[in-house]
Design a protein around this ligand. Structure first.
Ligand code: FAD
Length: 289
């Protein structure tokens, strides 16, 4: 099913993200984790894509097993910065053959020490979106950044670029993680003002490793609010306590989003069924309401 049609239903939708194994040896364990997350009956599941294209085969296979074996709609991520246009066209063809109807079209991070863009490569996700539309009848998602993308200095310019991308034929957006919902509400207001009217799914990351998150946030430019910092400072050295606190913090963010009228929420579940399951359990009555 196309995600744009799922999102039209007047109810709360929770979706989850998994990432594919880097090597074939890890395939079975990722598949088992994916199966357990699929058993929670999310609205859809997304499968990430290695920026270098190295895990592309596994992205397509896991996305196709999510649909065919676990009966959940899947969304295959696709990055284009490190592949030629022909290579990307082949991946799109393969997704089509596997019956994948939904693609999250991404540029990917520019590899260090690379002349950007390389000849016969894409420069921005918007160019990839135009090509995907030429190649088939896909539902297309794209990324957005409530705190601005690191490559663009001014948020105003980033939103202007986002509008150009959306106008190429994007059906929905998913955000980069954030830990302060006010940042998301503010972003939503600003993009709506610029005429971006498609659904925007907030991306929520349940943090279970305090040290890791500080590094990720530094790279992505995500702000760690004081309230969140206090949680990491207090529980960061105790993995079990940090996991419980991370689930509670993410649940709190989601409850606030739903209470403020946001119906579609994407959770970065990082191949951890126990975390996805705990959040779904915390939301069980709220989702029904
Ligand atoms: P773009 O939309 O192309 O934007 C990149 C930068 O270029 C921005 O600063 C933008 O403002 C600027 N820009 C865009 N168009 C123009 C223009 N016309 N003129 C001037 N400037 C322009 N990475 C992976 O490797 N694999 C994944 O699976 C993956 N999944 C992701 C999922 C989500 C929800 C998010 C938020 C990110 C994900 N990423 C993933 C990371 C993403 O690939 C990087 O953030 C990448 O640097 C930007 O990709 P993009 O598609 O947002 O790029």
């Amino acid at each position: 099913m196309k995600i744009k049609d799922i999102l039209k239903e007047e109810k709360v939708h929770i979706s989850f993200e998994v990432f594919p194994p880097k090597t074939d040896a890890g395939y079975e364990s990722v598949l088992r984790a994916t199966e357990k997350i699929a058993a929670l009956k999310p609205a859809f599941m997304s499968v990430t894509y290695g920026a270098g294209g190295g895990t592309s085969k596994n992205t397509a296979s896991i996305a196709s097993q999510i649909q065919d074996d676990f009966h959940v709609t899947s969304l295959a991520h696709l990055t284009c910065v490190s592949s030629t246009k022909e290579e990307v066209h082949t991946v799109i063809e393969n997704l089509k053959e596997k019956g994948i109807e939904n693609i999250l079209a991404l540029r990917g991070d520019i590899p260090a020490d690379t002349e950007f863009p390389l000849p016969n490569h894409y420069k921005y996700a918007s160019e990839l979106i135009e090509d995907i539309k030429q190649q088939g009848d896909f539902c297309i998602g794209a990324a957005c950044y409530p705190e601005g993308h690191v490559d663009t200095e001014h948020k105003k310019d980033d939103i202007r670029n986002l509008k150009k991308k959306v106008d190429c034929g994007v059906d929905f957006l998913t955000t980069q993680m954030f830990f302060d919902n006010n940042i998301f509400y503010n972003f939503l207001y600003r993009i709506r003002e610029q005429g971006i009217t498609i659904p925007v799914l907030p991306g929520i990351m349940p943090v279970t490793n305090g040290k890791q998150i500080a590094r990720i946030c530094q790279l992505s430019g995500t702000i760690l609010p004081e309230r969140f910092r206090a949680v990491v400072d207090c529980f960061g050295d105790n993995p079990a306590a940090m996991q419980q606190a991370g689930i509670a913090y993410a649940t709190d963010q989601i409850v606030d989003l739903i209470a403020n009228g946001i119906r579609n929420i994407h959770i970065y579940s990082m191949n951890k069924p126990e975390i996805a399951g705990a959040i779904m359990e915390n939301l069980s009555e709220i989702i029904k309401a």
